[in-house]
Design a protein. Sequence first.
Length: 152
Amino acid sequence: MQINPYLNFDGTCAEAMRFYQKALGGKLDVMPFAGTPMEKDIPSQYRERVMHACLTTAEGQSLMASDAGPWAPYEAPKGMQVTLNYDTAAEGRKAFDALSQGGQVQMPLDKTFWAEAFGMFTDRFGIQWMVNAGPIEVRPEQKNKETVDELR
């Protein structure tokens, strides 16, 4: 099984997905409502919006998205983040710096007790991200103690 985030936008899906492709690499497929069998049933102002987009990374991971259609008004995402996990802090830094451009950083990328690098931001399209990179090996007997001590 594979679980993939599916993002929704209010007319900025194509721009956002090109931005993500530039930051993460991979192959991007974008299908507007225009030219599909649904076109005749879609109000003209929605026809150039994205019905479906999929960014497939070199590692085979997928990030999918679409623009809101006339049947479901757009609502900004809440209560979720897209999480990227990297083997090294350098890889994490590259993605964090690229994707957070023009956005708002909530937690700068920095070392934590579980990773060489972790950070959180909301990108310029309103999507929340977490970047986790360079996991640190924590001994089992330290996990609970250090976590509790860290929270005090």
